[in-house]
Ligand binder design. Structure first.
Ligand code: ADP
Ligand code: MG
Length: 213
């Protein structure tokens, strides 16, 4: 294992490093090695990498590294194009947070009743993973407070724009503080994503990883 791809070259807590090891994450994938130093320095980021390259752990480690578990407020928000992807991301975040037992990850997607989601939010969620339509629904009903978000992630941004979600995303982002870290992940980087990122990110670092690992 080369030094630059070992997780312990990053400023991560001992429990997080031990957990990554127990998950079988022995070294960083290419996108993780390229993005994590930038993410952990709190810079905005546009990351382009193929499916299966480990993007979830890249932003998940970033969200968790600065999360305060004793503060019961939404500190991380991940917007995904579909319910299936949101569920996958939430499960990966829960695995990454195994050594932080009080961290609560809530998914907010359409096709399920509002009431249990509202109850989860009232109980206190640290990280919300959701699809654009349902997030807008919660914002317009005032059942979610996004003013405490520190890290905002747009996952599979190209797919979300293709699906016509840009206006919703813009409105969701407008409900978060201006002072936040914004991370945009995409498999491709067409012109509409470039335009979106200019509106939503601040001086982003752009990285592109060609290889799968
Ligand atoms: P992407 O979002 O880029 O499509 P995922 O985040 O879903 O990719 O990750 C793909 C798979 O790789 C998942 O099963 C995840 O658990 C695994 N994985 C992520 N990072 C590592 C790593 N550093 N070492 C080994 N496996 C990893
Ligand atoms: Mg992904």
């Amino acid at each position: 294992m080369s030094e630059s791809t070992a997780f312990n070259t990053l400023p991560l807590s001992a429990p997080m490093l031990a957990n990554l090891d127990s998950l079988g994450y022995k070294e960083m994938t290419a996108i993780q090695a390229a993005s994590l130093p930038i993410i952990l320095q709190q810079q905005d980021l546009i990351a382009q990498a193929k499916t299966g390259s480990g993007k979830t752990a890249a932003f998940g480690i970033g969200i968790l590294a600065k999360l305060n578990p004793t503060y019961f407020a939404v500190q991380g928000l991940v917007i995904c194009p579909t319910r299936e992807l949101a569920d996958q991301v939430a499960n990966e975040l829960r695995r990454l947070a195994r050594t932080m037992p009080n961290v609560k990850v809530v998914t907010l997607c359409g096709g399920t009743p509002m009431r249990p989601q509202i109850a989860s939010l009232e109980y206190g969620a640290h990280i919300v993973v959701g699809t654009p339509g349902r997030l807008i629904d919660h914002i317009s009903r005032n059942t979610i407070n996004l003013k405490t978000v520190q890290t905002l992630v747009l996952d599979e941004a190209d797919r979300m724009v293709d699906m016509g979600f840009y206006d919703d995303i813009y409105d969701i982002v407008a409900a978060t503080p201006t002072r936040r870290q914004t991370l945009l992940f995409s498999a491709t980087y067409p012109d509409d994503i470039r335009q979106a990122s200019e509106q939503l990110l601040r001086d982003p670092v752009e990285i592109k990883v060609e290889s799968q690992h």
